[in-house]
Design a protein around this ligand. Structure first.
Ligand code: ADP
Length: 194
């Protein structure tokens, strides 16, 4: 059985995390951010160390351990009843993050829509990430070089995921708006989907 899935898609700093957390409070929506799954690993965990090594450079963690960790996480949440695939729609942030991951998850995800958060102003993204570094204690947000690398990684590796799923699923959301208005635009589309 495939998971009914909505993807939150867009550059680092576009606001996917903010919206994902709100959507996760709506009954029958289950929010999962791949970056959070990594950050919840302890540093004495081997993959936790690998994560720190790659994320501190602004690069993606290799695909196989990433997809395996994500699968284990979602299966554990299914067993404990936090996520019920029969009832819930998955709101996914941060995975699949390149075309190969999308291919690996082809038989797992039934993607209903992709919310594509657009923010053409790179400076705005950088400013948001730098603000977040202070709030969330995220090392990968604190360094300008790492931020630039993440934005490049996004353009080079993550953007092609849009082509993998095809334009008919893509719902463009203007991420430069206030969080309330971004949420309004998402809910408008969602209301017609579920
Ligand atoms: P952001 O989108 O702001 O960069 P995330 O929390 O989504 O923040 O990701 C932080 C880091 O975690 C990424 O830079 C990457 O190193 C790693 N990561 C998260 N998801 C994936 C994934 N699906 N594949 C590989 N690496 C990932």
């Amino acid at each position: 059985m495939k998971y009914r899935t909505i993807l939150l898609f867009g550059a680092p700093g576009a606001g996917k995390g903010t919206q994902g957390r709100i959507l996760g409070m709506v009954p029958n929506l289950y929010h999962c951010a791949c970056g959070d799954v990594f950050r919840n690993l302890s540093v004495d965990n081997e993959l936790g160390r690998v994560f720190l090594e790659y994320s501190s450079r602004g690069e993606l963690v290799p695909d196989e351990p990433t997809v395996q960790l994500w699968r284990e996480n979602i299966e554990a949440h299914t067993r404990t009843g936090r996520f019920n695939p029969e009832r819930d729609t998955l709101v996914l942030d941060g995975i699949p993050r390149n075309a190969h991951q999308a291919e690996m998850l082809r038989d797992t995800l039934d993607v209903l829509a992709i919310f594509y958060f657009t923010c053409p102003d790179i400076n705005k993204l950088v400013a948001r990430l730098q603000r977040r570094a202070l709030h969330d204690n995220r090392l990968d947000d604190a360094n300008l070089e790492v931020i630039r690398n993440r934005l490049e990684t996004y353009e080079r590796e993550t953007k092609p995921v849009l082509e993998f799923y095809g334009s008919s699923l893509v719902k463009t959301i203007d991420a430069t708006q206030t969080p309330v208005n971004v949420l309004r635009d998402i809910l408008r589309v969602l209301a017609n989907l579920t």
